[in-house]
Design a protein around this ligand. Structure first.
Ligand code: SF4
Length: 143
């Protein structure tokens, strides 16, 4: 297996002063890259498959709206991009059903990736969906 090239960490010029930046030092054993699946609509779905192991997790958060806020989205995208040192980062969405967030949410996510991605980094956007709401051409811009 080929070892990916490691990109040194550099503080992002795009990080607003009110947000915490990168740590001054990085733990020696910190991974240089990793994969995260984000569930912006939590354990909600527009289907109810009999074999689904995940929908019942909704009961763990009785007062949740199960919709990722814009503030959390920005923090998530920024921290995910800052903490990866590989030349390629995957932004991966899953559910429940992530398309319940609506197209504006994903357009905003791409916009935030444009804001926080280091120059030269390759971004992959992926989504695991049941496809039920994918019925017309998608207009999500590419990075
Ligand atoms: S589509 Fe997926 S998340 Fe939705 S009920 Fe079926 S298995 Fe669960």
């Amino acid at each position: 297996m080929q070892t990916p090239k490691i990109i040194p960490l550099t503080p992002s010029h795009a990080v607003p002063e009110t947000m915490p930046g990168l740590p001054a030092s990085w733990p020696k054993n910190a991974p240089s890259y990793f994969h995260v699946l984000s569930k912006p609509s939590g354990a909600t779905c527009n289907l109810d498959c009999t074999y689904c192991f995940f929908l019942s997790k909704e009961k763990l958060y009785p007062n949740s709206r199960f919709r990722m806020s814009d503030e959390t989205l920005e923090t998530y995208i920024r921290q995910l991009l800052e903490s990866q040192r590989a030349p390629e980062v995957t932004i991966a969405w899953q559910g429940g059903e992530p398309t319940l967030m609506g197209l504006d949410f994903f357009n905003r996510a791409v916009e935030l990736v444009h804001t926080y991605a280091r120059p030269g980094i390759n971004i992959q956007h992926t989504m695991q969906t049941n496809g039920w709401m994918v019925h017309k051409p998608c207009t999500i811009p590419t990075v």
